[in-house]
Design a protein around this ligand. Structure first.
Ligand code: PEP
Ligand code: MN
Length: 345
């Protein structure tokens, strides 16, 4: 298929049926274009990607069930609020996030050993986490720092899922590991340093696994949304965005949590947004206030680093909560989620 841009969307009538949608998809297919169906509560919308001139020549408005054909004005199309008005809700294992469902993703920065991760999984579950995180492939600033256990780490994660029942979130850094990471994980994380690794984004767009996409260290909100578009364009619409702090002149924190990114993303996109206060702050004592602020601002989830013994952590110990701290923060998070009229998981 040619590389085109999804400039247009077809808004179906409320009474349109699946046969009407199928007829349009067939028409688009025959014209070498691709249709992306978004089923809302009331109406179905079909985004179109293809050659602009070819699409302009199609008699779309004459087709049964079509209400109107509109341009999508934002630079990102399928992830925009214009394309889909209602919040996307992403199901992961038995839990959800988005549209009033708040996720608490907790676990160590890195999988270090079987014992460490099984311990972390138990603490996460007892504290009310809805998912377990842990990196097996680690993007480290220094090539001499611990790089992760690789496939062995993935196997340990899978064992922790069995033991705890919590779905697994783990990072993919290289398309060569896609098959293994997709096999063992429930959510594939794309790290901040890879937010604009476009081949990696397209690769995860082709698999049937939700993707948690972290905002780049120096990326604008629109650049994050364009990166998400790379994934959704390939057919994987289950993308979770993550604000994890950006580089500013401030040195009191590791990064600056851009709290305004949360409501701005919600205005511009239907995708859920999660906040990672751990990498934003870099400090344990800031995790609670930033978590509460994130939920109050409308975040659909939190991703928090927690370690059974942070003082021995091979990465990010200074920002990792210990079990008692995690338990206490999780209580406060549940309170604010209830205050916000939303629910955990
Ligand atoms: C992580 O979540 O472990 C991580 C490396 O985060 P980031 O990509 O946001 O730096
Ligand atoms: Mn980390």
């Amino acid at each position: 298929m040619q590389v085109g841009s999804t400039e247009m969307m077809i808004v179906m009538q409320e009474r349109a049926g699946q046969d009407d949608v199928d007829r349009i998809l067939e028409l688009l297919d025959g014209a070498g274009a691709r249709g992306y169906v978004s089923t809302g509560d009331l109406v179905t919308v079909i985004g179109i990607m293809g050659e602009r001139d070819v699409i302009a020549g199609l008699p779309l408005e004459a087709y049964p069930g079509v209400d109107k054909v509109l341009p999508i004005l934002r630079p990102y199309k399928l992830v925009s609020r214009e394309f889909r008005h209602s919040d996307s809700i992403i199901a992961v294992g038995g839990t959800s996030l988005g549209g009033g469902h708040v996720a608490l993703i907790a676990g160590p920065c890195s999988v270090e050993s079987r014992e460490q991760l099984l311990d972390a999984a138990r603490i996460a579950r007892e504290g009310g986490a809805t998912m377990l995180r842990g990196g097996a492939f680690k993007p480290r600033t220094s090539p001499y720092a611990f790089q992760g256990l690789g496939v062995e780490g993935l196997e340990i994660l899978a064992e922790a899922r069995e033991a705890s029942g919590l779905p697994i979130v783990t990072e993919l850094m290289d398309p060569r590991h896609l098959e293994a990471v997709a096999k063992y994980s429930d959510v594939i994380q794309i790290g901040a340093r890879n937010m604009q690794n476009f081949q990696l984004l397209s690769a995860v767009g082709e698999v049937d696994r939700p993707v948690l996409l972290k905002r780049g260290l120096a990326a604008t909100i629109d650049e994050l949304l364009m990166a998400a578009e790379y994934i959704v364009k390939e057919g994987n619409s289950n993308v979770i965005l993550c604000e994890r702090g950006i580089r500013t002149f401030e040195t009191a924190t590791r990064n600056t949590l851009d709290i305004s990114a949360v409501p701005i993303i919600k205005q511009r996109s239907h995708l859920p947004v999660v906040v990672d206060p751990s990498h934003a702050a870099g400090k344990v004592d800031l995790v609670e206030p930033l978590s509460l602020a994130a939920v109050a601002a409308g975040a659909d989830g939190l991703m928090i680093e927690m370690h059974p013994t942070p003082e021995t952590a091979l990465s990010d110990g200074a920002q990792s909560l210990d079990p008692a701290q995690f338990e206490a923060v999780a209580v406060r998070i549940r309170e604010i989620v209830a205050w916000a009229g939303r629910q955990m998981g």
